[in-house]
Design a protein around this ligand. Structure first.
Ligand code: PEP
Length: 261
């Protein structure tokens, strides 16, 4: 087996927390990280657009060991796209990562494979890191078609991507049936999908990409998922809104990586 990759834990705050609440949570995370530094784990938070400026400022001024992601971006450079935000605007705010193709964007905001691919390219061409989200709905899993579904999503987004952008790509496998439902994929299901995703990525010459799991990860299940599921980290929704549970997940990744090295 190849050497373990440095874990990555990303908190997706979704449409929660105004800028005052976001600063407060950022500061709480900062305090907990100072008490128990994440020595082996990269930590990222993804606040709503309107909080980004406040969160990047507090992270810089209080030297908090996290970097900041946007939850979405428009692939166009500028122009008549009312309500949208460009990659350059994010860059100016000190944002380093963008989530692309989250299942909520795909399902609720008509983000199809072509838009996912265009958005991913716009992000990496600007030098920002991308977290490509993939995952199947419950009916797909019940039919046993999850591998094919995820392969198709990965290829649609990544096929033909210039190899020099490979180091900017992370993949998050998030089965839709596990997002925000309290249902978590079993460690065995996660392990199978991690193996599958890594083999598809190898076919796309993206062997260095980290592969995360997302879907009702919490302080209780993180340790077994990271150890037995062989994930390179987590994309965390609900449990990232409380500093203590977010830090417990980071701690689980940190401990597992320290043991495996
Ligand atoms: C997510 O939205 O990416 C997610 C994984 O949410 P939750 O952890 O709440 O299931």
């Amino acid at each position: 087996m190849s050497a373990p990759k440095k874990p990555l834990v990303i908190g997706n705050w979704k449409m929660n927390l105004d800028f005052v609440e976001a600063v407060h949570l950022g500061q709480q995370i900062g305090v907990l990280l100072k008490n128990r530094p994440a020595e082996h784990t990269d930590v990222v938070v993804a606040p709503p657009f309107v909080d980004l400026r406040s969160v990047t400022s507090i992270v810089a001024s209080e030297r908090i060991a996290v970097t900041v992601a946007a939850q979405h971006v428009n692939p166009n450079e500028n122009g008549a796209h009312t309500g949208e935000i460009s990659v350059a605007m994010l860059q100016r705010l000190g944002v380093e990562w963008v989530l692309v193709g989250h299942s909520e964007r795909r399902a609720l905001y008509a983000m199809d494979d072509a838009i996912v691919a265009a958005t991913l390219r716009a992000v990496v061409r600007s030098g920002l890191k991308v977290v490509l989200c993939v995952g199947e709905a419950l009916d797909v899993r019940e039919e046993g078609d999850q591998d094919e579904w995820v392969r198709r999503q990965l290829r649609a987004a990544l096929e033909g991507l210039d190899e020099r952008f490979g180091e900017l790509v992370t993949v998050a496998y998030e089965p839709i049936w596990a997002i925000g439902t309290g249902l978590t994929a079993t460690s065995a299901q996660v392990y199978e999908m991690m193996t599958h995703v890594r083999s598809v990525l190898a076919g796309l010459k993206l062997v260095d990409a980290r592969v995360l799991y997302g879907g009702s990860v919490n302080a209780e299940n993180a340790a077994s998922l990271v150890a037995e599921g062989h994930v390179d980290g987590f994309l965390v929704g609900g449990a990232s809104l409380k500093a203590e549970s977010f830090l417990a997940i980071i701690g689980a990744c940190d401990d597992c990586y320290a043991l495996k090295r």
